[in-house]
Ligand binder design. Structure first.
Ligand SMILES: Cc1cc2nc3c(=O)[nH]c(=O)nc-3n(C[C@H](O)[C@H](O)[C@H](O)COP(=O)(O)O)c2cc1C
Length: 199
């Protein structure tokens, strides 16, 4: 059995605390660095100090990444407005689904899942990692990968605007993570991206 999968099974068997969703505060829609300063500051960071992000920053980060900025459309474009991308979040205490329409983090499972993300030198100290997931019933994987780029860049830009660090990660164990996130066969993980405080 693969190491990642074994870890996931052991974590699931360990019996964690009861389910708890996280209701996010309203995202900030003003503030931050100027656009040009933000673009100038964008870069990849792989080394973080362990510290939780306040709910206000988690809220704005997720809204920037893939939230709704109009009644039925989002901060990132998708081909033919298919909106095939959804975000999942690995926090210290568990795995969550970002329900963008309700702006809520819905608990999938309590547990220590950061190790399932791989590259521990990057992810263990990050405040959270966003997992980008495509619904292949809505769009092709080619279009989903393009949408993923928009989401990833929005995350990078928000991190740069707030003085946080982030790095796109194409290197991950898709099978182990899919098990943690309880994904179906029509769903594919396209990228993972930690965000955290800088040293
Ligand atoms: C699709 C994609 C996948 C990437 N995968 C990884 C990865 O698995 N691990 C990593 O440390 N960096 C990864 N990176 C970050 C790149 O190494 C980084 O963007 C590049 O070195 C340029 O540096 P910059 O982002 O600071 O401009 C990835 C970047 C992209 C766009």
């Amino acid at each position: 059995m693969k190491k990642g999968l074994l870890f996931v099974l052991l974590a699931c068997m360990a019996g964690f605390a009861p389910a708890q969703d996280i209701t996010l505060p309203a995202p900030a829609k003003t503030g931050g660095r100027s656009f040009l300063e933000t673009v100038n500051a964008r870069h990849s960071e792989r080394s973080f100090v362990k510290r939780e992000l306040p709910a206000s920053l988690v809220s704005t980060l997720l809204w920037v990444a893939n939230g709704y900025n109009r009644a039925d459309k989002r901060t990132v474009p998708t081909a033919m407005n298919k909106q095939e991308m959804e975000l999942y979040v690995i926090l210290d205490d568990g795995a969550y689904f970002y329900d963008a329409s309700k702006h809520v983090l819905k608990l999938i499972a309590k547990g220590k899942f950061k190790e399932a993300l791989g590259q521990p030198q990057i992810t263990l100290n990050a405040a959270l990692t966003i997992v980008m997931v495509a619904d292949l019933n809505k769009s092709s994987i080619d279009m989903a990968r393009i949408s993923t780029g928009y989401i990833s860049q929005n995350i990078y830009l928000f991190a740069a605007s707030e003085g946080l660090g982030s790095v796109a990660r194409g290197s991950f164990d898709g099978a182990a993570l899919s098990t943690v996130l309880q994904l179906g066969s029509h769903q594919a993980i396209t990228l993972v991206q930690p965000v955290g405080y800088l040293e």
